[in-house]
Design a binder for this molecule. Structure first.
Ligand SMILES: CC(C)(COP(=O)(O)OP(=O)(O)OC[C@H]1O[C@@H](n2cnc3c(N)ncnc32)[C@H](O)[C@@H]1OP(=O)(O)O)[C@@H](O)C(=O)NCCC(=O)NCCS
Length: 170
């Protein structure tokens, strides 16, 4: 059973909501996806499909790194979800890999994530790379960054400003 990864389409909205609701066991992340999409903040949104059913989803949305010399564009990887029945089969990893590739192809240079420290480093995310980026949500080891372009984070220091829909998550 292999999953097909493809960009989210308009008619996927309800299925994407359900996958997020099931994976997070609540509505907050599912509603966050809708708010990010509706607010125009979503940049890359991919789904994983098995036998015509959407079983996974990943979203990258715009954030700004507020530095002393002005804002720098970046992306936030959040949320991502795989149906509990389909977890630990590599689908989440394929969504991250395909998602990062799509972000790179669109010219994005920096991605940040606040997530499982045992999962994201395998794709190149590092809490060390994020050490000069201030997170409004804290995070410690879970606060990580990745460079899609070489040295994109070199010399960069500042506060990461999330889009308004994330405010509802605090
Ligand atoms: C995290 C998640 C997207 C991973 O998807 P997946 O298809 O299971 O991922 P893969 O099979 O490619 O990789 C499995 C890895 O995910 C991580 N993982 C899976 N379930 C996890 C859980 N409940 N808590 C923490 N990490 C988990 C582990 O690091 C695991 O690695 P391992 O199998 O080597 O131990 C999925 O488990 C999920 O939807 N979880 C609930 C929602 C969530 O936490 N989203 C991410 C928010 S940062």
């Amino acid at each position: 059973m292999s999953a097909a990864i493809r960009p989210e389409a308009e008619q996927d909205r309800a299925a994407v909501w359900s996958v997020n609701q099931a994976a997070f066991e609540g509505d907050a992340e599912a509603n966050l996806v809708d708010a990010l999409r509706d607010g125009g903040f979503a940049q890359v949104s991919l789904v994983a499909e098995v036998d015509g059913e959407i079983v996974g989803h990943i979203l990258f949305s715009r954030v700004a790194i507020i530095t002393k010399v002005g804002p720098v564009d970046a992306l936030s990887l959040a949320p991502m979800a795989v149906l509990p029945s389909h977890q630990r089969q590599g689908i989440g990893s394929r969504l991250v890999e395909a998602g990062l590739e799509a972000c790179r192809e669109s010219g994005h240079r920096i991605v940040i994530v606040l997530g499982h420290p045992e999962f994201y480093p395998r794709f190149g995310f590092s809490s060390d790379l994020a050490r000069r980026l201030e997170s409004p949500f804290g995070g410690g080891e879970a606060w990580m960054a990745l460079e899609l372009a070489p040295r994109a984070l070199e010399g960069l220091e500042g506060r990461v400003e999330f889009s308004p829909p994330f405010g509802a998550m605090e």
